[in-house]
Write a new protein. Structure first.
Length: 310
């Protein structure tokens, strides 16, 4: 019997923020994902990196402030660092969990680059806040370097672009590992954004929305289902209001209408719904499940969560 191919996208709550939280978080997370592997799914895992990449960027920026002779660390390198150390914790925790269940299945993390369009409008209108709070003088210095800053409580912070993902450079390696029966961790934090310049890939000063990257990953490995794990049990209309309405099912055309009406919070549920629309397209087979991490098994059985189809 052919195994079902799925992509599981982990949100912030699956990883925590600090190093100790991440260590504890991945141990709980892999138990839920291992249930799927035990049911003979072919699984690709992707994850966020918001707190982690911000911590790395802040640490490297502070290091350069103290030691000006060192070159500043590009955003793309910070993304690569976050992929490496999250993948390290995640793959080791998954390996341990599988072996404890008597399952021998290799787990591999792929350092993943995602190409973006250099003319994407996002580069002209950056929105993603990163790094530490800066003084007015430091913010001015950043702007002189060609970086963007925005005023926040207590000072200023850098903002970077969030361009759309076009392609995944390592897609063939991901497919090969999947075909070899391995659990693959890829596109961490939305992938490392790169610009294709002939045969050269140049890191971009940007971050990619992790949910959109998850949709691109699911598309390129020809997955049947994308599972987006977040901090809510179901997608809701009027979330957080007295008229909140949880949704068991959602069709693509309905999702488009709700997006247009502004029903979903920007930066919260909105990119997840857009990812679902992008992945499903016109397919009558593909589907997207959105739910909480600790409810994924019940959601797959149809007891909870929001299922999105054409």
């Amino acid at each position: 019997m052919k195994k079902k191919k799925i992509v599981v996208a982990l949100g912030h709550h699956a990883l925590g923020t600090t190093l100790p939280q991440q260590k504890t978080g991945v141990e709980k997370t892999v138990k839920a994902v291992a249930d799927l592997i035990g049911d003979d799914y072919e699984v690709v895992i992707t994850h966020g990196n918001g707190p982690q990449v911000g911590m790395i960027h802040m640490a490297m920026a502070e290091f350069c402030r103290i030691y000006p002779e060192y070159t500043a660390t590009p955003m793309s390198v910070c993304s690569a660092m976050s992929q490496g150390y999250i993948g390290y914790d995640l793959q080791n925790a998954m390996r341990t969990e599988l072996l404890n269940r008597g399952v021998y299945k290799p787990v591999a993390t792929i350092l993943t680059q995602v190409t973006v369009d250099p003319y994407d409008d996002a580069f002209y209108h950056p929105t993603k806040i990163i790094g530490r709070v800066m003084s007015a003088e430091e913010a001015e210095a950043e702007e002189k370097k060609g970086n963007y800053v925005t005023k926040v409580e207590g000072g200023y912070r850098r903002i970077v672009a969030a361009p759309k993902p076009l392609d995944i450079v390592e897609k063939d390696a991901i497919r090969a590992l999947l075909d070899a029966g391995q659990v693959v961790i890829a596109c961490g934090g939305g992938g490392i954004p790169v610009l294709a310049q002939g045969n050269h890939l140049k890191g971009a000063s940007a971050v990619i929305e992790k949910d959109l990257a998850a949709a691109k990953l699911a598309d390129l490995v020809d997955a049947e289902e994308l599972i987006i794990l977040t901090d809510v049990e179901k997608v809701c209309l009027g979330h957080g209001t007295a008229k909140e309405q949880p949704l068991d099912e959602l069709h693509v055309e309905q999702a488009k209408e709700y997006l247009k009406a502004g029903e979903f919070g920007a930066g919260a549920m909105e990119p997840k719904i857009q990812a679902a629309i992008d992945f499903i397209g016109n397919s009558a087979i593909r589907k997207v499940l959105i739910t909480k991490l600790n409810m994924v098994k019940a959601a797959i059985d149809g007891s909870t969560g929001t299922m999105i189809r054409k």
